[in-house]
Ligand binder design. Structure first.
Ligand code: RAM
Length: 454
């Protein structure tokens, strides 16, 4: 179809001769975001998520001529049509139309004429990715899971602020999540809208909960909408309280303390998340305090700067390998990109220490590197924070540009240049190939024109 589309397909069949149809017609439609979904057999299905996400639909049409629609919403660029059963009469597709949907309406601003063509293309692909994911909520992926996740919302809202500026959508998502928190006020990591808005019960990701606070702060900075921020303030307080319950007396995030939470951060096997969580907590505490100040709520939040300080102090003691200048995490003292990232974004490491840690990790062939664009977003933020502009630009062009060079017209949920078949779900065709959290080059390219547009 020349571009990625999300919505509904209608078609009609007509007779080609004077004959009448004497039997039903059976047709299989396979919708695909990437070509490999069309030539990889789906069955026997080896994947870990529902087989039903795959977009193959068999329709039985009892007569010709006929008008029909594929009942489910589909998300695709490519369509394969197979005739599975027909009698002897001749027929053909008459009309084939598509009703595309998005809630991204405003045209984004053009880039400077000096922008490198690859970066221009990355921006376009990012914009299309975001547009497709902007439906009645910020969906994570319009093919799969078609629902709102906090982590995806945060990054989509950042990119939206630098492109389509549909702030009402951000507001709607912030309220939906807040309304569907659990009995203790802890946010669910993900919520669905149909048949009626409901959370994915019991799915809590503590890193995502803490990022909700940051997303609200960014919303307030972008819109000045204090009314909404005040309304949602109690949610912010509760996420902090819930996260701090997981800390030991000496201010280390306790991975064993019940309840044991799912920490997302990345889709990457064997990545140790403890140091990242320690850093993210301090980061969120300080951002939440900034929000408190903007809302005149410093009193309620008065302990947060001190606690953030204690968490950082403990972090340096436990996770900072002074000799090698890197953060290590877990019993095997793992060196990962993301451990550095969160200790730098939270300013647990100084700017100088941070730049050294990033340079070290980037040059370490055996460092645990990220598995998906969501994680690389934070690597980009970190490089920019450390003043490593050239490294940030090369990462953008090599990582997101790598997808573009492989033919992507929307950015993928997971991408490891060393493993084209990587899938968190055991079967790459079930991956989402238009995934919200991968759209953030839009944010970087537009926010930092001096780095990315000349
Ligand atoms: C997957 C989706 C979604 C993400 C969660 C944690 O199911 O890719 O984007 O937020 O994981």
């Amino acid at each position: 179809f020349g571009e990625h589309l999300t919505g509904y397909l209608d078609f009609s069949l007509k007779l080609l001769s004077q004959q009448v149809s004497d039997a039903p017609v059976r047709i299989k439609f396979t919708f695909a975001e990437v070509p490999s979904e069309l030539n990889t057999p789906f069955d026997p299905y080896p994947g870990g998520l529902s087989r039903a996400w795959l977009q193959d639909e068999v329709m039985t049409l009892m007569t010709v001529p006929i008008e029909a629609s594929i009942p489910r919403r589909v998300s695709f660029r490519y369509l394969k049509i197979e005739l599975l059963g027909a009698s002897s009469f001749d027929f053909a597709f008459d009309k084939l139309t598509f009703r595309a949907q998005t809630s991204a309406k405003t045209a984004p601003l053009p880039l400077a004429s000096t922008t490198d063509p690859l970066i221009r293309k990355i921006n376009e692909v990012g914009l299309l990715t975001l547009k497709e994911c902007m439906q009645t909520v910020y969906e994570d992926g319009p093919k799969r899971d078609r629902r709102l996740w906090i982590g995806d919302l945060y990054l989509e809202a950042l990119a939206n602020a630098w492109s389509y500026k549909n702030h009402d959508l951000t507001k709607r998502c912030l309220y939906l999540l807040a309304a569907l928190a659990n009995d203790e006020g802890l946010l669910h990591a993900t919520v669905l809208e149909t048949p009626t808005p409901h959370p994915q019960n019991g799915t809590h990701c503590l890193d995502y909960s803490l990022l909700y606070n940051v997303a609200l702060l960014e919303y307030l900075k972008e819109t000045g909408d204090k009314e909404v921020a005040l309304d949602l303030w109690p949610v912010v307080v509760r996420q902090i309280e819930m996260a701090l319950r997981q800390y030991s007396d000496d201010w280390i995030y306790d991975m064993q303390k019940k309840p044991i939470y799912w920490l997302v951060f990345d889709w990457k096997d064997n990545y140790d998340r403890q140091a990242s969580m320690q850093g993210l907590t301090a980061f969120s505490l300080e951002k939440s305090y900034e929000l408190a100040k903007m809302l005149g709520k410093e009193k309620e939040a008065r302990d947060w700067p001190r606690i953030a300080g204690q968490i950082k102090k403990a972090a340096r003691k436990t996770f900072y390998d002074q000799k090698n200048g890197v953060i290590v995490s877990g019993p095997n003292r793992q060196v990962s990109y993301l451990s550095q990232v969160w200790m730098i974004l939270s300013e647990t490491l100084t700017a100088k220490e941070g730049a050294k840690a990033m340079a070290t990790v980037l040059s370490m062939p055996d460092a645990c590197y990220p598995g998906c664009p969501y994680a690389y977003h934070y690597v980009m933020e970190t490089l920019l924070k450390c003043g490593m502009r050239q490294e940030a630009r090369s990462l953008l062009t090599s990582y997101w540009g790598g997808m573009v060079n492989k033919g992507a017209d929307t950015f993928w949920e997971v991408y490891d240049p060393n493993n084209d078949e990587l899938s968190p779900y055991g079967f790459f065709p079930i991956n989402s190939y238009c995934h919200a959290w991968s759209c953030t080059p839009v944010y970087f390219i537009n926010k930092y024109p001096e780095i990315f547009q000349r």
